[in-house]
Design a protein around this ligand. Structure first.
Ligand SMILES: [Fe+2]
Length: 495
């Protein structure tokens, strides 16, 4: 069966674009006439030709590039079209066609030239969209925002079993097939979990509206894995096989270039983008190369094991690449898009207090080397973007987190989840305790949503956009708080 002979629309999973460069942006889709079947109702071998076109207008009257690409069975019929020679800093529209079927149109945008003067840039940041814990209401609102790009910071899928009702989504009229009701192990499992998520109309709208820069965290493979080490300490070769399947399905389903196509269980996800002279974006991978969590993971007292300087969160090669990139940077803002909380978070005001062994707090030598690199490179405007913890924080990055008067080296924005953790609360149980224990924490909120960041020559502005709930669809979005940090003098204050 091919779409040409099929009566089923193969464009059930939407379109996406990503990793904008001044002359190119990746255009993505996946053919899936039967999205809930392993193989998506397509042959397991061969390829299906798909026409694509790129236009300057949403009605496709001024088509500037077109071509035919092969949706290959070995890539689960995904496309990663990489047209070159585009104009910088420009809006484009794209769509795909096979047989009688035309995909929805996507809107995207190229990056400015590296030396261009850019007055301002506005992007969204989001993470953590556990399908069965809530609707993707935040993504629907994100689609309506006026943005240049979106940064996705990990946990695009989760590896848990999903029942026929899809958890709180309560699909009683059209229950999900039993296929989803087991933990993700092999390639079909991971491929189908992406297909399930991508059937969501709100996720499709968010991808179709903006180009995304993506990175992953742990749940794209398994909770809190570290390099080759699984949470439950599977034999490493067994875990590497699972990681290879997970990484393969990740590349297939994200708007990434061929340079990111994995080889076995290895995928180079850390990469760098310039946005004119305004911003440099370093996208990190703090999962693939990290040392195992100290003290068996969780919230623990720091000690010789966690403080061992031989341990690393980034791996030596990625750390060198990051620091070298800063030395050569001439951007006003140096933005690091990554997964786990960078700033210190103590859970009590006591001098000796537990910290999260899965975050940078569990790898203090790694953090110290990175902050030394910031100072050595003369980076004035460090901005760290973070996901993972399903709450919003605005934090000042201190030279010495235990000395509130020490220099502020940058700022960190931690964005809440899209849906993971159900509805959330404005003030989670540990709200006052965390703020008291961490004077560099200027804001803490536990609702679902996303963050809008606006950069210009004078300042960074962050708007924390939250929805009242995700267990029931259709909640409106509001701004819970807004903060600014001046260029050249980092530190958050209310806007
Ligand atoms: Fe998460």
């Amino acid at each position: 069966m091919t779409p040409q002979s099929s009566t089923e629309n193969p464009f059930t999973l939407g379109v996406a674009s990503g990793d904008p460069l001044p002359d190119s942006v990746v255009l993505w889709t996946r053919l899936a006439p039967c999205p809930h079947e392993p193989g998506n109702g397509l042959p397991r071998e061969g390829a299906i030709p798909v026409d694509w076109e790129l236009a300057r207008d949403e009605h496709f009257r001024r088509v500037v590039r077109c071509g035919t690409a092969q949706a290959r069975a070995e890539d689960s019929h995904t496309l990663h079209v990489d047209p070159r020679g585009l104009d910088p800093d420009s809006v484009y529209w794209y769509r795909f066609r096979t047989g009688p079927w035309i995909s929805p149109a996507g809107r995207t945008r190229t990056a400015p030239e590296p030396h261009a003067t850019v007055a301002s840039m506005r992007f969204g940041m989001l993470s953590c969209q556990q399908y069965d814990e809530g609707y993707y209401t935040a993504l629907r609102h994100l689609a309506d925002e006026d943005l240049d790009a979106v940064f996705f910071l990990g946990d695009y899928i989760y590896e848990n079993a999903i029942d026929a009702q899809a958890g709180v989504r309560n699909y009683t009229d059209q229950p999900l097939p039993d296929f989803y009701n087991h933990w993700l192990i092999d390639l079909d499992d991971f491929r189908q979990r992406y297909a399930l998520g991508k059937t969501d109309p709100d996720l499709q709208a968010a991808h179709a509206a903006h180009p995304w820069y993506v990175t992953w965290d742990d749940h794209e493979v398994e909770n809190n894995y570290a390099g080759d080490i699984s949470q439950g300490n599977l034999p490493p070769e067994q875990f590497r096989a699972r990681r290879a399947a997970a990484y393969r399905a990740y590349w297939e389903n994200m708007p990434l270039r061929r340079a990111q196509r994995p080889s076995g269980a290895d995928l180079r996800l850390h990469r760098r983008f310039q946005y004119g002279r305004l911003a440099q974006f370093d996208i990190l991978d703090t999962r693939q190369y990290r040392s195992d969590q100290a003290y068996g993971d969780g919230w623990k007292y720091p000690g010789p094991e966690s403080e061992n300087p031989a341990r690393t969160l980034t791996g030596a090669e990625q750390e060198r690449w990051l620091l070298d990139g800063w030395r050569e940077s001439t951007a006003t803002w140096n933005v690091v898009a990554q997964q786990v909380v960078f700033s210190q978070r103590k859970n009590t005001t006591a001098a000796r207090s537990k910290v999260s062994m899965d975050a940078w707090d569990g790898y203090p030598a790694s953090r110290a080397r990175v902050l030394a690199g910031v100072e050595q490179a003369g980076i004035e405007n460090l901005v760290v973007l973070t996901g993972d913890v399903h709450v919003n924080y605005a934090m000042d990055i201190k030279k010495d987190f235990n000395a509130p008067d020490s220099r502020t080296l940058g700022v960190e924005l931690v964005g809440t989840s899209v849906s993971s953790g159900f509805d959330g609360d404005d003030r989670p149980d540990d709200w006052s305790g965390m703020l008291a224990a961490n004077p560099h924490m200027k804001f803490y909120n536990g609702r679902r949503g996303y963050v809008i960041v606006t950069l210009d020559a004078e300042r960074l502005r962050a708007d924390f956009r939250t929805v009242s709930g995700v267990v029931v669809p259709g909640a409106p979005v509001t701004t819970a708080a807004s903060f600014v940090s001046p260029a050249g003098a980092p530190g958050f204050r209310p806007a």
